[in-house]
Unconditional design. Structure first.
Length: 141
């Protein structure tokens, strides 16, 4: 993982319109995530267990926890636009919408798209400053 991402602490993206928070943990260990969650009201031991990675093959995870919040995790540091991160953002948006009581349909697909776009924008805004462009066009931390 790039050094700059190793310093990235879990952060919260508030989806105010649906009154939900998404705790974003990029490259955090299970212990770091659990420490962060222990500070929140309504988090159970089952929630902590559910946020853990299930084996080394799992590169990302989204969990909706008892207090209605959502935890988005990726095992490794991600660049903006990383496929694993995008995959997990989709799941996080679905969890937010489900918690808000909105089922995916032709009538709600635009709301889902806006939620995905908002989460992507907020997460990438945190990641972008951690990366600098090299003259060759490749990214580095």
């Amino acid at each position: 993982m790039p050094k700059a991402l190793a310093k990235l602490k879990p952060f919260v993206v508030s989806v105010d319109i649906f009154k939900r928070d998404v705790l974003v943990c990029i490259g955090s260990t299970d212990e770091q995530v659990h420490r962060q969650l222990n500070g929140y009201e309504g988090v159970t031991a089952e929630d902590l267990s559910a946020t853990a990675f299930e084996g080394p093959q799992v590169s990302g995870r989204v969990t909706r926890i008892s207090n209605g919040s959502v935890v988005l995790r990726t095992r490794d540091g991600c660049l903006p636009g990383d496929p694993t991160l995008q995959h997990e953002i989709f799941h996080a948006a679905c969890a937010v919408m489900d918690a808000a009581g909105i089922t995916f349909s032709d009538d709600s697909d635009e709301a889902y798209a806006y939620c995905i776009g908002y989460l992507t924008e907020q997460i990438n805004a945190k990641l972008r400053p951690l990366h600098k462009r090299r003259k060759s066009g490749t990214l580095r931390a």
